[in-house]
Write a new protein. Sequence first.
Length: 609
Amino acid sequence: MTMTDVQSAETSACASEIVSGWLADFGEAVARRDFETVGDLLLDDVWWRDLLALTWDVQTFRGREKVVAMLGDRIAGVEAAGFALEGATPEFSELLGERIIETFFTFTTREAHGRGVLRLVNHNGQWRAWNVLSSMQDLIGHEEASTSINDVNRPEYRTPVPNRATWSEKRSAEREFADFEPTVLIIGAGHAGLMLGARLQHLGVSHLIVDKEERLGDNWRLRYAGLSLHDTKWFCRFPYLEYPDNFPLYIPSELMGDWIESYVNFMQLNAWVRTEVKSATFDERERRWTVTVVREGIERVLRPSQLVFATGMAGKPRVPETPGADRFRGEVLHSSRFPGGRAYAGKKAVVVGTGSSGLDVVQSLYEGGAEAVTVLQRGSTYVMSGVHGVPIFFGQFWSETGPPLEDADLLSNSFPLEFMLEKVAPPATRAIAELDADLLAGLNAAGFEADTGKGDEGLLGAALNLSRGYYIDKGCTQLIINRDVRVQRGEIAKFTENGVVYSDGSSEDVDLVVFATGWENTREMARPICGDEVTDRLSPVWGVGEDGELRGTFCQSGYPHLWFNVGSTSVVRGMVKALALQILGVEKGLLTPKGLTEGSATDSVRVGG
């Protein structure tokens, strides 16, 4: 009998014994392929999320029967073994009203080093798994590079070399790709492109990041004055390099632009600016893309093996077609082109849309001296205060007292998305709404419809499914409550020469209309480059799919050797390692690309699968 089925006092030593006992029982049962015993170690409603380690995919399995079936199908093939408690002593804690033990563990497969998260619950006197994450950390033989004191023995540090190239000369050669091709071409030099580049750089995979901006960071630097990130600096960190302790809580856009530029330099990433991608075609037999780019007016053809779109969650701006727009004497623009409120001092404006972008624009117009601002709300919006919402949603993992970044990301990834939407988000949303009761009442009294979303999913549901607007308050709610800006419900039915007519029949003279109405699906960014045949085979990008995972990003896209890497800073940072490892797996012949035609797939292999 092990500590798996022993009840004891809640001490750290006891927690360690329980976890070690459970891992021993699990490992022994797996080794002898005794999946009946494996099932006894799991709750009926167990959740298991796998990030590549067992399935070479991002998958969630719910329920004892499905988890046991997955383990029975996969464990032998990948030769998973060596399940052991990692590092710090596990502790008893509480999750959703349940007393649990939460801990990290390690394991190996034939191909990889793994790391996981285990949450145990005492069920009728036996400690059973409620939630498990199995995550690939490194491919054996292809571990991330790091500097060691033993590097003093390397020849370049102790042997004279005639006409030795300088560091800057080496970097220039690496960056220019004059004599060789990049393995991975990444379109977009925002946070997603840079984070993937950094992961690939550490894995020894050649990469090139291209962007049409004039300067690295201009995608943030040139946005409207006063813009800052809506998430805290701890939530928006980059891999490998921490922000200074005195960085602002919400990083201003100009500072984020400078950070991006510095990150490229410090991480030694290969990036070209003033570069536009014109076309890309894939040769399935050669497993290479032919990509035509124009860099500073000069055309060049690149032949990467892998193509990644890291162009952001926003595709083509979506602006509703509205009768009479051609008659309107004022200015009409999408929020992505908004230059800042100061440009419209003394003007009358309407902002269509009440998500983060729309309410940011409203506040910028007010602070910039607009004569009058109307916000047009088409549907309800999830609103939470920063004062109450940020500590509840982000405080445990993302603050100055949170765990190390790699641990925080692993803990965050360990919760399946449907687990978060079904079990974690609703009580958190209700708790925030109770604390924000006065704010929400004030908004509704002003005619602004604020609610907690479908099933009280709140912020998480809105962010994951992009089904509705959401806003973490940074001041605009007070403008609405105080009637400093006017709320109008409905739609713009038509334009007049001097203004707009709303769907309720009322009208208003305005000088400016800003549509903060979102974007087309990110998948459409591929169409002008790759064409209809390729794009139509791609999965939609973003939103929780039927499998409980995000669609189309951080996983195979539906077309071979083509990937999407999109999401918020935190989501990308937490998942980009899995994407980089999949790319490496394809390059090393360990993972078969999905979407290859039958004739071109004959020479591919999938080890352990």
